[in-house]
Ligand binder design. Structure first.
Ligand code: ZN
Ligand code: ZN
Length: 238
């Protein structure tokens, strides 16, 4: 029995990662994409475990605490078939709730998925959401930290765009309590592999709630005359 006979010991090594291996190992907790490529599916190990490859899109699909990667993105492109919850736009994600860990102070991160998307998790308690037709909208303030991270974390939209995963069908305007970006994405657009690239959602469309009663009865296209446009400044969106 050689100490080099590591193959059979891999299960044990999972538990003693810190000292056992020279190779870099990447800790994960909770369900996450197996490799980051949609075709490779999901890893369903809920407890903290390691992988020998760095997570693909680690900056956008994951948040880390104590070196542990936690996947917070939409699992749909990776073939997720479990219960899912519909969200619109940017919102807080509480890592300890996601991992069912008891802590004194919530570990709050932010999801930067534009427009309608799915998560496997429900909105966290102690954060304000409003629901409109089964879609969750964050109704709280966005802190400085959220704004500061926006350029980096917002690249998740460029990562997901070519995957063309189904989104919740949202055909109405967000409730006024939602103060995040309202962004035209490929809602109800059937994006297939090999089809022409859909136009990139470059614009933030801010629907003015105060004097426009007509908005929201169309299908999400931003051609209304009361909408104010400005360009997003996300890097890496080209
Ligand atoms: Zn895993
Ligand atoms: Zn989200």
């Amino acid at each position: 029995m050689s100490r080099l006979n590591l193959a059979g010991l891999s299960a044990v090594l999972l538990l003693v990662t810190a000292s056992a291996a020279e190779a870099k190992q990447w800790k994960h907790a909770g369900m996450h994409p197996r490799t980051g490529q949609p075709a490779d599916g999901l890893c369903h190990i809920e407890t903290t475990h390691v992988h020998s490859a760095a997570p693909l899109y680690g900056d956008t699909l994951y948040r880390t605490r104590d070196d542990v990667h936690v996947f917070i993105g939409d699992p749909t492109p990776f073939g997720y078939e479990g219960p899912r919850h519909s969200y619109y736009g940017h919102h807080p994600v509480v890592l300890n709730v996601l991992l069912r860990i008891e802590v004194d102070v919530d570990v709050v991160e932010y999801c930067y998925h534009d427009g309608p998307h799915y998560h496997a998790y429900e909105p966290p308690p102690r954060q304000t959401f409003v629901d409109k037709e089964d879609v969750h909208y964050y109704a709280g303030e966005y802190p400085e930290e959220y704004k500061r991270e926006n350029p980096r974390r917002g690249r998740i939209n460029a990562v997901y765009r070519p995957w063309g995963a189904p989104r919740p069908a949202v055909t109405f305007a967000p409730p006024p309590q939602y103060r995040g970006p309202i962004i035209q994405v490929g809602v109800n657009v059937d994006v297939r592999v090999g089809s022409p690239r859909p136009p990139p959602p470059r614009e933030v469309i801010i629907i003015r709630e105060d004097n426009d009663r007509d908005h929201g009865h169309g299908h999400g296209h931003g051609h209304g005359k009361h909408k104010k446009h400005k360009h997003k400044k996300f890097k890496g969106r080209d």
